[in-house]
Write a protein that binds this ligand. Structure first.
Ligand SMILES: Nc1nc2c(c(=O)[nH]1)N[C@H]1C(S)=C(S)[C@@H](COP(=O)(O)OP(=O)(O)OC[C@H]3O[C@@H](n4cnc5c(=O)[nH]c(N)nc54)[C@H](O)[C@@H]3O)O[C@H]1N2
Ligand SMILES: Nc1nc2c(c(=O)[nH]1)N[C@H]1C(S)=C(S)[C@@H](COP(=O)(O)OP(=O)(O)OC[C@H]3O[C@@H](n4cnc5c(=O)[nH]c(N)nc54)[C@H](O)[C@@H]3O)O[C@H]1N2
Ligand SMILES: [Mo]
Length: 762
């Protein structure tokens, strides 16, 4: 039997701190994942469900976007994938009785963990103006209410339509069509807070806002730089690929302010010997970089390569043939790096000249190089220039568009990349809008819409008054939690299509609606029979996903159905779309997609076996940029200025969470148990600031517009890079100023927050 949801909210009362671990996965991982799965699902459902993850006829894991190996003959066991599945396939339920027992004020006082643990949402509920509780509402009435509120707006830009990256291609395509038929491009999504900086930098320099490697490239390469990524927790299946790469002779350089367990050593639970012993050393070199030092690091590597090339032109340090034929901007780039300020490099990176020289030796010994990165690179003020410098580095030795080489931004949500491909974007390309308009006989709006940060500003100022979310947890994921809450509370209507209860539901607009829906693991029956959906992984591979479980409630709609219900009420006569046909058979949606989105020709047939989307830089060394060449860029060496007595805070994920969904209160690899309000800092920095391990402090962030405070964190002396510190997302989001965003991409700087500590009130 599965266990009932905890009635008591444990909070942080029993927090325990132990030394961090140095090896990822292994027996403990299997045991822990199964324990969580059985608690949520019971034994039979656990076995029946976990065997179907990422199988050809099964469902796509709702966890991360790391690709499946083409040989999907047996389940690849992943601890955090199992937790993601258990979280959705849980037998716990939230119904009308739950909302009757818990007024909204009570829900607002609960932890994210407690909210998520209550179970799957089963019926639509509404908070009417002035109401203290959510109360049941019929499906038709709920759709009528949302459609009427939207129809009443005098300007379609007064509505904001958020999307989280789990939404399938079919639902995402239908949703953006609804929104554009309604008349706005206000389609912010989780990407705005995630890999937007990667998309911006790669589109500009390579012509495609996606990575240029496939799984086989990772398997067979000479050198992998893993920057700002914690795969042991967030992409555990990547460790298996890294193990293969190492077996084939690759070296790995880990660039991180923390010695993350999964980067250092790995015990593969799939192997007989994998659950015992010390495991395999993954990283051959660990560059313990200061937070926000990566721009300087890649400039330093570039400068040193240019220098080596000048010193020994015969040695082919640079790929001059590739540079001449396929790139532009090289001379300006080389001239800029000729006067690199090495003191600045050292101050920014915290690395020694020797460490950089040794890394250059790794680079020179490698014919094929891949750079992988995630949030450690994308959530800073200078993230776009940083990723441009990653591209510069790759271009120097021709490491784009050939086997075993390339750029590998490792995506987060399982379909975040697909959602973008389907048009979930506040600034869609003209070509996309032309094709969409032609397919559906209408004129899509051309004005750029609001991204996440601008949506918050628009709601705060009152220019946007209606907020609709297709999944996700906007309030907890967004920066500046208090500002975001105030913005949502000003709305006339907030509506969420959600599988689970979360913090966003606790700050309702004047009217608030929660529409529960099917998840990936649930069977989806429509008028024309059982439906499958499809997703695109981090490497541009598209494949089908079929849920098999009986849905948590008999009448739960799919996301596609919710979209169709709203569209029939709101935009039925504005396009030629047949919403009822699209809902009855998702193949109809795929047929539309095949005519609107390049690369999806014959989609409905090809998705059955899966296919890889074309990628011009990867496949043909063709670069559809402004100049038709891959572009070297010149970027000033910037870093965050951290005044005396302050540290640079980055916010990261524990091992027991999926973004704002908290699976449990432990962070096993970092030695944290039964609590989350911890602040990791170097023991010497703590001492210099007059604090010590175990102290309770308020964390105060400092920004142009004033201070923000996160009360009562326990300081943990931890081997982080000097001058920097770390705390968990979303507890620390209150500290991230709304206006502190990345240049170009407007991504909140969740990994660069200047903070100081004050003793907490006893
Ligand atoms: N189990 C699980 N899986 C997930 C998620 C989850 O929450 N749980 N989230 C999913 C999503 S949406 C995403 S985007 C990904 C996130 O995957 P990650 O990017 O791995 O997630 P974070 O925990 O934010 O980790 C950031 C890493 O970057 C390092 N870092 C921080 N600042 C810097 C810096 O300035 N330079 C460098 N070099 N390193 C830095 C941190 O120490 C940490 O190791 O994972 C996805 N997969
Ligand atoms: N400080 C700080 N902030 C960050 C980050 C950080 O590193 N630091 N990371 C950022 C990143 S990378 C991301 S991607 C965002 C994440 O932002 P979001 O994607 O908005 O957040 P999630 O926590 O993934 O959303 C979880 C909720 O999604 C709903 N859900 C789950 N599955 C489904 C489904 O199948 N359908 C529907 N309709 N709903 C579903 C459930 O109700 C659940 O409560 O957060 C960002 N915020
Ligand atoms: Mo993400």
């Amino acid at each position: 039997m599965h266990k009932a949801a905890p009635a008591h909210d444990p909070g942080d009362d029993e927090l325990e701190v132990r030394p961090p671990q140095t090896v990822a996965a292994g027996a403990a991982a299997v045991g822990h994942a199964l324990e969580i799965a059985v608690e949520q699902m019971g034994v039979r459902r656990t076995l029946g469900t976990l065997l179907r993850v990422n199988q050809v006829d099964g469902f796509d894991c709702p966890g991360c976007a790391w690709p499946e190996s083409t040989d999907r003959s047996h389940a690849e066991f992943c601890e955090n994938g199992a937790k993601a599945v258990a979280e959705e396939a849980t037998r716990r339920r939230v119904g009308a009785d739950f909302f009757a027992r818990h007024p909204i004020a009570d829900l607002a006082g609960r932890s994210d963990y407690w909210l998520g643990q209550q179970g799957r949402l089963t019926q639509p509920v509404v908070r009417r103006p002035g109401g203290t509780h959510y109360e049941p509402i019929g499906w038709a009435e709920a759709y009528d209410l949302i459609a009427a509120e939207l129809a009443a707006l005098d300007d379609p830009d007064g509505a904001v339509f958020y999307t989280s990256g789990r939404t399938s291609n079919e639902a995402a395509f239908a949703y953006q069509l609804l929104v554009r038929a309604f008349g706005t491009n206000n389609l912010p999504d989780c990407s705005n807070m995630c890999h937007e900086s990667s998309g911006s930098a790669l589109t500009e320099t390579l012509g495609v806002g996606k990575g240029t490697v496939l799984l086989d490239d990772i398997h067979d390469t000479d050198l992998i730089l893993i920057c700002g990524q914690n795969p042991g927790t967030n992409h555990p299946r990547m460790l298996t690929a890294l193990e293969v790469a190492k077996g084939n002779g690759a070296r790995i350089v880990a660039v991180n302010p923390l010695p993350e367990a999964g980067l250092m050593r790995f015990r593969n639970p799939q192997h007989v010997g994998g659950v015992v012993g010390r495991g395999m050393a993954l990283a051959d070199r660990f560059l313990q970089i200061r937070v926000n030092g990566d721009l300087a690091l890649f400039q330093a590597l570039g400068a040193r390569l240019l220098e080596e090339d000048r010193r020994d032109p015969a040695r082919s340090v640079l790929d001059h043939g590739f540079i001449a034929e396929h790139t532009d901007g090289f001379d300006a780039y080389a001239a800029h790096l000729a006067d690199l300020d090495w003191d600045e490099v050292e101050a920014a990176t915290g690395l020694t000249r020797a460490e950089i020289d040794e890394t250059v030796a790794d680079v020179l010994a490698a014919d094929r190089i891949i750079v992988c990165w995630a949030m450690g690179l994308t959530q800073h003020r200078n993230s776009v220039p940083t990723i441009r410098e990653v591209v510069n580095f790759l271009l120097l030795r021709g490491n784009v568009g050939r086997p075993g080489a390339g750029a590998c931004p490792v995506r987060g949500h399982s379909n975040v990349q697909g959602d973008r491909t389907m048009g979930i974007h506040e600034r869609p390309s003209g070509a996309f809008l032309d094709a969409l308009g032609a397919e559906f006989g209408f004129d899509p709006p051309r004005r750029p819409g609001h991204d996440t940060v601008d949506s918050i500003r628009a709601m705060r100022s009152g220019s946007a008054r209606t907020f609709l979310a297709m999944g996700g947890n906007f309030l907890a994921a967004a920066p500046d939690t208090d500002a975001t809450a105030a913005a949502l509370a000003r709305c006339r209507l907030t509506a969420s299509v959600s599988t689970k209860l979360n913090r966003t539901h606790t700050v309702p607009g004047e009217v608030a609606v929660i529409l529960p829906c099917l998840g990936r693991t649930d069977r989806d029956e429509q008028a024309d029979g059982p439906q499958h959906v499809s997703v695109e992984d981090s490497m541009g591979m598209v494949h089908a996903s079929r849920g098999r479980l009986a849905p948590p409630a008999p009448d739960l709609p799919s996301e596609v159905e919710v979209v169709a219900e709203l569209a029939r009420r709101l935009v039925a006569d504005r396009t030629t779309a047949d919403w009822t046909a699209m809902q009855a058979d998702y193949g109809t949606i795929r047929d539309h997609i095949s005519r609107v989105v390049p690369g999806f020709e014959d989609y409905d047939r090809r998705v059955v076996d899966g296919f890889t989307l074309p990628n011009a830089p990867r496949d043909h060394r063709r670069f559809p940029t402004a100049t038709g060449k891959a572009r070297f860029t010149v970027n000033p060496l910037t870093r965050v200025d951290v005044p005396e007595g302050r540290l640079l805070l980055q916010t990261l994920r524990s091992h027991d969470q999926y973004n704002t969904t908290i699976y449990g209160l432990d962070d096993r690899y970092r030695g944290i148990r039964r609590g989350r309000r911890v602040l990791f800092a170097h023991a010497d920095d703590l001492a210099a600031l007059g604090f010590a391990d175990g102290d309770r402090v308020d964390v105060v962030s400092e920004w142009d517009d004033g201070e923000r405070r996160a009360p009562s964190f326990r300081l943990v002396a931890y081997p982080v890079a000097r001058g920097t510190c770390a705390a968990y997302f979303p507890e620390a989001n209150v500290l991230v100023p709304l206006d502190s965003t990345a240049e170009v991409s407007n991504t909140p700087t969740s990994k660069s927050v200047v903070v100081r500590f004050e003793p907490a009130a006893p």
